[in-house]
Design a protein around this ligand. Structure first.
Ligand SMILES: Cc1ncc(COP(=O)(O)O)c(C=O)c1O
Length: 370
């Protein structure tokens, strides 16, 4: 047995890491071939940022001023309520490490949901309690009766709104009801990675407005989606200043590198119009792709989406496999979600550029027509 395996925490030996889109198909693997990347909910289009390396010999500030000011102006909260992190993923990890004692405390998730909540919990040795979403005519919703039964048994509850991979916003009254249920016993995290696709500052949509009223709420945000900066790794955790102080004790000493702060600040100050336009373009393409999918005889359910992707269910396992394999063989990568609870035969397409989505439709039409 290797020294690594002899000394490692035993549960890590067989643990399967998060199967991110880029681990399943790495960009190195694809070099030389033109692939359409429609599997990671990124935004299409390239960035054009100029970097200065003047101060690169110095450590960056713990929380760079220009970045925090830019996000404060964007989200309308106080600086003391914001923590910039390496993507929203780091926020998830910090929250679990800060509130859950390893091998004693648990988190609660509502599957089908974003995979990193469970992976981070597992990594840390926190338990995972699942209260599945319910598929209703109004979209995937919380099961409040079942949530109520878990009060006192968990430290952190993760809600994803808009949900990944489901796509829809959770009704605001359900989010409030969950926060009320866990008011005395757990932190409720509302993951808003895709919130810009629903109209960012509308108080009916974002849960940041709830931070005034409830001190057990945390909101997660990212620049990876609507800001088209997934490669930058920059996200934000929004909470009471007490929660931010706590998380700041757990985070690395220099979490945001100087180039990241520089690009992210520019994106949040000078490029807001571009972001808004990108979201509008995406939503238009999404609406028409959704209508098209509804017309296909191999598709029997298209989930409503408030995000930058569409989840749909194929009529059978063989149809799902055929569509996925056909696209892969044509260098078009989408995400198979069929292993998630309640998502048998489901695939997810990230909304790329109009050209990319047209190409995807052509491949499917050309090859699947009777
Ligand atoms: C719901 C959700 N939360 C968080 C993340 C992670 O975002 P980031 O790139 O900021 O780490 C993702 C990424 O796909 C996501 O879908």
């Amino acid at each position: 047995m290797s020294i690594a395996n002899k000394l490692a925490r035993a549960e890590l030996i067989d643990m399967v890491p998060y199967q991110s889109a880029r681990r399943l198909f790495s960009s190195a693997e694809a070099s030389g071939e033109a692939k359409l990347w429609l599997n990671a909910n990124e935004a299409p289009g390239t960035g054009a940022y100029q970097l200065s390396s003047d101060n690169i010999n110095r450590y960056p500030d713990f929380q760079p001023d220009n970045l925090l000011n830019a996000y404060r102006d964007y989200c309308g909260l106080e600086r003391s309520q914001i923590l910039a992190t390496r993507g929203a993923d780091e926020g998830i990890e910090l929250i679990i490490r800060s509130f859950c004692r390893a091998y004693q405390d648990s988190i609660l998730i509502c599957p089908p949901t974003y995979g990193m909540y469970a992976i981070s919990a597992e990594n840390h040795g926190a338990g995972i309690i699942k209260v599945p979403l319910v598929n209703t005519a109004q979209g995937m919703q919380l099961n409040l009766d079942e949530l109520a039964k878990q009060v006192g048994k968990v430290k952190v509850v993760f809600l994803c709104s808009p949900g990944n991979p489901t796509g829809n916003l959770l009704p605001k009254e359900q989010i409030i009801a969950a926060i009320e249920l866990f008011k005395e016993s757990a932190i409720v995290v509302v993951d808003e990675a895709y919130i810009e696709y629903t109209g960012e500052f509308s108080p009916e949509q974002t849960s940041t407005s709830l931070l005034k009223e409830y001190d057990n709420v945390i909101v997660l945000r990212t620049l990876s989606k609507a800001f088209a900066l997934a490669g930058l790794r920059c996200g934000f955790t929004l909470a009471s200043s007490e929660v931010i102080t706590l998380l700041s004790k757990v985070i690395a000493p220099y979490p945001i590198s100087a180039p990241v702060a520089e690009i992210a600040s520019l994106a949040l100050s000078t490029d807001l119009d571009k972001m808004t336009q990108r979201v509008q373009d995406c939503n238009k393409i999404k609406t028409s792709l959704s209508a098209w999918l509804n017309e296909q005889d191999w598709c029997n359910e298209v989930f409503a989406s408030d995000a930058n992707f569409i989840l749909f269910r194929c009529t059978s396992l063989s149809e799902k496999t055929r569509i996925f394999d056909l696209l892969v063989s044509n260098n078009i990568l989408i995400r198979d979600q069929s292993k998630q609870m309640q998502l048998e035969n489901c695939l997810r397409i990230s909304i790329g550029s109009i050209q990319e989505i047209t190409q995807l439709k052509e491949v499917l039409l050309g090859n699947l027509r009777p």
